[in-house]
Design a protein around this ligand. Structure first.
Ligand code: AQP
Length: 335
């Protein structure tokens, strides 16, 4: 097949550190299903990344299955895409080591997520938290992904993955595809409803800061009503109105309306009307996801069949890449 005929490879992952937030949904997962028409898609539940922060093992296992079901509930079809659990593909850990030897201490030290997470967990600044971006590079390079759909928060890690791939290629000859970030124009950074200067995060301790995609409609509407905004009452998108601008991005992402149209729609109306409209639109948008998730969780055998098939498909691709990378660095072939 010629280069022009080959579909580009899309790869992305999500950590099973909690129920996905509206930030994960708008910035990442809701787009993943739509990409299946145009690209060859590979998606995973990144349980290996999750243990960079202390996890309860039973809870992690449960959340991993739930996250897997959520990916399908959000529109990913395991028959059309490879959908797997990261720890089922041991090749990622193998490549992680190879790539770590092409990564500099200094560049890892500059990662803002490492700084944020180590400030959040000062009693557990483990080496895995530090080398997290190397494993993320392995996740991507193991499939020679062309494009990586991510939110704005992951841009720095993706840039590092590109640098690592370029360095490896420079040392050992062209091998890895240099991946590109695929970041949405609207919704790339959904912020906390309680502090619009911070990103919305699954692990936020304040439940009112996040909309979880399985929240019931009344909970969603209540959280939006309580969202922190400014003292003005004009629905206008502006840097000095981060709270209301965040709600406008959310409304735009779930309704497909653009920002000028939203400003016109709420011209002369107060924040109360606008917050209610955002809450209702989000609740409507998430209803099918909630219903499909409940249906899937009642069929664990189906989920298992899907993730076992996913593991097989993931290993078949990443096994070949890892074996070639082993050969490139000078290891004696054993496969
Ligand atoms: N607030 C956000 N706005 C837009 N996109 C976001 N993403 C995360 N938060 C937002 C995107 O979701 C994908 C999966 O993220 P992840 O779970 O792998 O890691 P994360 O970025 O660390 O997400 P959280 O919710 O903040 O998890 P915790 O609290 O465990 O650290 C990524 O593409 C990410 O860009």
């Amino acid at each position: 097949m010629s280069e022009q005929e080959r579909k580009k490879i899309i790869l992305s992952s999500i950590q099973p550190t909690g129920t996905f937030t509206l930030g994960n949904y708008i910035g990442a997962v809701s787009r993943w299903g739509k990409l299946q028409d145009e690209f060859d898609c590979i998606y995973s539940v990144a349980d290996m990344h999750a243990i960079t922060v202390r996890q309860d093992p039973a809870q992690l296992r449960k959340r991993t299955i739930e996250s897997y079901a959520l990916l399908i509930a959000c529109g990913i079809d395991p028959k059309r895409s490879i959908v797997f659990i990261q720890s089922h593909a041991g090749t990622h850990a193998e490549l992680n080591w190879i790539l770590a030897c092409s990564t500099q201490f200094g560049e890892l030290s500059r990662m803002t997520q490492f700084k944020d997470k180590s400030a959040k967990h000062p009693d557990d600044i483990n080496a895995g938290l530090f080398t997290y971006p190397v494993l993320m590079a392995a996740d991507i390079l193991a499939y020679n992904a062309d494009l990586v759909p991510i939110g704005e928060d992951q841009r720095q890690h993706l840039e590092l993955a590109r640098n690592i791939a370029q360095r490896f290629n420079g040392k050992y000859g062209d091998f890895f595809t240099i991946p590109e970030a695929y970041i949405p124009e609207v919704g790339a950074k959904i912020t906390s409803l309680q502090d619009p200067t911070k990103k919305m995060s699954k692990s936020d301790e304040n439940p009112n800061a996040c909309i979880f995609i399985l929240d019931e409609p009344d909970v969603i509407i209540r959280k939006f009503k309580r969202a922190v905004t400014d003292s003005d009452s004009i629905v206008r998108y502006s840097e000095d109105k981060p709270g209301i601008s965040n709600l406008m991005s959310i409304y735009s992402a779930v309704t497909g309306k653009n920002i000028p149209d939203i400003e016109r729609e709420f011209d002369g109306k107060g924040y109360g009307d606008f917050k209610l409209a955002v809450g209702e639109a989000v609740a409507d948008n998430l209803k099918p996801v909630r219903e499909e998730f409940a249906r899937l969780m009642a069929d664990k055998a189906y989920l298992k069949e899907c993730y076992m098939n996913g593991a097989k498909a993931a290993l078949s691709i990443s096994g070949k890449v890892a074996a070639k990378a082993y050969h490139k660095v000078g290891f004696v072939d054993a496969r």
